[in-house]
Design a protein around this ligand. Structure first.
Ligand SMILES: CC(C)(COP(=O)(O)OP(=O)(O)OC[C@H]1O[C@@H](n2cnc3c(N)ncnc32)[C@H](O)[C@@H]1OP(=O)(O)O)[C@@H](O)C(=O)NCCC(=O)NCCS
Length: 264
């Protein structure tokens, strides 16, 4: 197969069924590469989920084709200027290991000339994806723990520039959203229990102190996030937001946020 026959284009809603079928077959084949059982990420086998993502204005959903045959899909997310995320890629098992995934990434990189950095996460158990991402130049920068699986977090630098989307702690101000920031965890206060005003539910909360060479900020950790943060570690937050509470500026991790424990 010639590399020129591999194409990507914006996915169309009438392709959703074929995209979903190929996605289900691709992820179900993970059971040969360390998956605990058949299955895949949320919505991987749902036509409705895929239609929703094709329509979603915060994502760009691409169809991967060989000539005019649909052989896979690629979903790109946007975290802010210069900082892109590969949300999902798959290639139909009948077409795997022929360089299509690698070529799809090259085509995607060409489509985003202003990206300085690409990031993605993949389960630690996935022997295939970890090899694949490393082969195409992604470097492991840390780990995530917020899903039911432990994740390896990768990035690939396209330029030497510091992506505009990444903030220094000293530049964070009240009301900022979609914050990407890295820092050192200098302290974690003891966990306290608060009652949610909305639901009446009891919630666990702990304040950590996050520092870089421009300043320090209180990072508010909720529930499961508390056990994911280690004292003296370096972390990256994606999709954080800042709010002043009793005159103290606080950083929280949003609903779509991520916390990555960076390599030592
Ligand atoms: C991961 C995936 C997209 C790779 O697509 P692909 O078109 O098969 O990948 P390529 O042919 O470009 O492979 C490039 C390199 O990745 C590595 N790789 C890919 N499949 C591999 C396998 N089964 N075993 C070992 N290494 C593998 C190899 O280093 C390969 O280079 P080589 O063939 O020269 O040795 C595909 O396997 C897939 O769809 N997997 C299921 C879905 C998934 O896990 N998606 C990613 C998470 S969102």
């Amino acid at each position: 197969m010639s590399q020129d026959s591999i194409k990507i284009r914006n996915a169309a809603i009438d392709e959703a069924k074929q995209l979903t079928d190929s996605c289900k077959r691709a992820f179900d084949s993970d059971s040969e590469f360390g998956a605990p059982g058949p299955g895949g990420p949320p919505g991987y086998d749902s036509v409705e989920w895929n239609i929703d993502k094709i329509k979603n204005r915060y994502l760009q959903y691409y169809t991967i084709l060989i000539d005019s045959d649909i052989v896979g899909g690629f979903i790109v997310g946007d975290r802010g200027p210069g900082y892109q995320v590969c949300e999902r890629i798959w290639v139909d098992p009948d077409y795997m290991r022929q360089g299509i995934g690698s070529r799809a990434f090259e085509l995607i990189w060409d489509k985003y000339p202003s990206a300085d950095l690409w990031v993605l996460g993949t389960p630690e158990w996935n022997q295939r994806t970890n090899l694949f991402y490393q082969k195409i130049g992604f470097v492991q920068i840390g780990r995530t723990h917020e899903h039911s699986w432990d994740g390896i977090y990768y990035e690939k630098r396209i330029t030497e520039r510091y992506p505009k989307a990444m903030s220094r702690i000293g530049d964070i101000h009240d009301g900022r959203q979609r914050i990407i920031v890295e820092g050192h965890v200098d302290g974690i206060a003891s966990t306290r229990t608060v009652t949610s005003r909305k639901t009446g539910e009891e919630l666990k909360v702990a304040d950590a102190t996050l520092t870089d060479d421009s300043g320090s900020i209180t990072l508010v950790l909720w529930g499961d996030q508390i056990r994911q943060v280690r004292l003296d570690s370096r972390i990256r937050i994606e999709e954080g937001y800042a709010k002043s509470y009793r005159d103290n500026l606080q950083l929280s991790i949003g609903k779509w946020g991520m916390m990555i424990t960076l390599n030592e």
